[in-house]
Design a protein around this ligand. Structure first.
Ligand code: NDP
Length: 507
């Protein structure tokens, strides 16, 4: 179905949601999001939130939290129900949500559909945890007790990226709700409608007013206010490392809790005893899913010398079969890039690779003609014989450009894998399991896959070492990120004069 049929009218719209009410920006201004697959079309019109709007949303979230609206903090059943109902609503509306994501991101429908299912699973998982926030209790020899209780961290400001807008939002919102927090979200300006559609569904579950607020608008205005406003207790940010560094520094000035999910430069280590077919297919998925615009994308293929030709040959063969095209076409394997600036960045890196004299083994061009002339389409591109220390080996490109480097032995593989500023994910392929395990332990990354290249189960974790971030999303760890632990000490002695008092009181 084309995205402009009757049941799916364009442009989509993204209002503000403050204190349960949809509304317009205080400035009266709006901004447009073009369709990256066909820039002649306006995909979305969104309200352009202001400082005033951000403050109103923060005030609403603060009041809802401090007033414990509808007993939000203690009535886990209310929160559990909101999460389970959201999961159901997301599944019931999967087709529409997938089309919204596909339209704004340029993500092929074949990838957008499972993306929606993954978001629903996240809501279900945290629905299951909302009623399991048990604390701990301990009795001291004196009879006094220590109770450690878990409490929501408070008002959470969430700033999200555009590349997987539903799962990125779900990974933050679902555990925050399970914990009993209240929320202000600033969505990426490329994907306001995708975020709004999810938040709108969440409001249909009967959320109390003020619990979940949405303010689209510029990062340096709306985002900045969320970060610096003293009424916000915690920032949960996903985006570029450079933005994350600045946000971490600003949040630090207020000793605000902060979690950062940032960029990556994932190595994929292939030893010469690897299953070539399985490893090559996994590599293709990791390299070109969502046109390489993924923090966990496979960006560096580190191949042992003995298997280089065979493995790379198969990877190139599969790469050349990738159909680049309009995201709504069922046959499309790879869609456009998100924007003209991202297209420029990708082309600049291709030029850097050529100027450095690396071997361009496939791709390397902007696509043109027919549908390509109206969107940001670039070929899947692989450079061989790349110096890992070069820009191509070091910097996050966020596009379909992959660097291949060879290694001699296990030590060199680990050294190359770790020789970047990032540490989000990595993959290891070897038939020798003890070796694969050894290497997995030695690579400094938040996730290392063995014989896989993209599994992100909600029961696991997601997060980075080094400059890929701080904190963990998903699983129990993702919930803990939205909780404080409080100690409540209760005297069990009943003594008016306890032995330590003698240090200050003589009689
Ligand atoms: P950006 O850092 O450009 O933007 C992320 C969010 O931050 C957007 O909502 C943006 O708003 C906002 N923002 C920008 N500037 C500021 C500011 N000064 N103050 C407050 N907020 C601001 O990242 P992208 O959206 O381009 O996302 C791509 C990046 O995200 C990649 O580096 C990728 O690796 C990383 N990422 C990491 C993931 C992880 O789990 N580790 C997962 C997914 C992506 P606006 O859109 O209005 O500019």
């Amino acid at each position: 179905m084309a995205p402009d049929d009757d049941s799916f009218r364009l442009p989509l719209y993204c209002p503000l949601i403050v204190n349960g009410e949809e509304g317009k920006a205080a400035s009266g201004r709006q901004f447009k999001r073009e369709n990256p697959a066909d820039v002649r079309q306006v995909a979305t019109i969104a309200e352009q939130g202001t400082l005033e709007d951000a403050r109103a949303a923060i005030d609403a979230a603060r009041a809802a939290f401090d007033g414990n609206v509808d007993n939000w903090i203690y009535n886990y059943k209310l929160r559990e129900q909101a999460l389970f109902r959201t999961a159901r609503l997301v599944r019931d509306n999967a087709d529409r949500l997938a089309r919204v994501v596909s339209l704004e991101v340029g993500m092929p429908m074949r990838q957008a559909v499972p993306h929606i299912a993954a978001a629903a699973d996240i809501f279900d998982f945290y629905g299951g945890l909302a009623g399991k926030l048990y604390g701990e209790s301990f009795t001291l020899p004196s009879g006094s007790t220590i109770n450690l209780v878990k409490e929501p961290v408070g008002v959470v400001g969430m700033i999200t990226p555009w590349n997987f807008p539903l799962t990125q939002t779900a990974r933050k919102v679902a555990p925050a709700i399970a914990a009993g927090c209240t929320i202000v979200i600033k969505p990426a300006s490329y994907t306001p409608a995708a975020t709004y559609e999810l938040v709108k569904l969440m409001h249909q579950t009967g959320l109390p007013k003020g619990v979940l607020n949405l303010v689209p608008g510029p990062g340096n205005i709306v985002g900045s206010e969320i970060i610096t406003n003293k009424k916000v207790d915690k920032i949960s940010f996903t985006g570029e490392t450079s933005t994350g560094k600045m946000i971490g520094a600003q949040a630090g000035m207020e000793v605000k809790r902060v979690s950062l999910e940032l960029g990556g430069k994932a190595p994929y280590v292939i030893f010469d005893d690897a299953d070539v077919e399985a490893a090559a297919r996994a590599a293709i998925f990791g390299m070109f899913r969502n046109a390489g615009q993924a923090c966990g994308a496979t960006t560096r293929l580190l191949i042992q010398e003995g298997i280089h030709d065979r493995f790379l040959g198969r990877v190139v063969e599969l790469t050349r079969k990738i159909e680049v095209g309009h995201p709504s076409k069922p046959s499309t394997d790879m869609g456009p890039l998100i924007s003209s600036s991202q297209e420029r960045v990708v082309q600049d890196y291709i030029k850097i690779g050529l100027d450095a004299g690396f071997d361009l083994v496939t791709g390397g061009h902007k696509l043109s003609g027919d549908e390509y002339d109206h969107g940001y389409y670039v070929e899947p591109t692989i450079f061989d014989r790349v110096d890992n220390a070069s820009k191509l080996g070091q910097e996050e490109i966020f596009g379909p450009v992959v660097a291949v480097t060879t290694f001699r032995d296990e030590d060199e593989a680990v050294e190359l894998a770790n020789a970047v500023d990032f540490g989000l994910v990595a993959g290891v392929w070897s038939a020798d399991y003890p070796r694969a395990m050894r290497v997995a332990r030695r690579i400094r990354a938040g996730t290392v896959w063995i014989w896989d290249n993209y599994a992100q189960p909600v029961e696991g974790i997601w997060g980075g070492y080094k400059q890929s971030g701080m904190g963990r999303e998903l699983g129990y760890h993702g919930l803990n990120d939205f909780l404080e632990v409080k100690q409540i000490f209760t005297d069990g002695t009943g003594l008016a004069m306890k032995p330590p008092y003698k240090q200050v009181i003589k009689e």
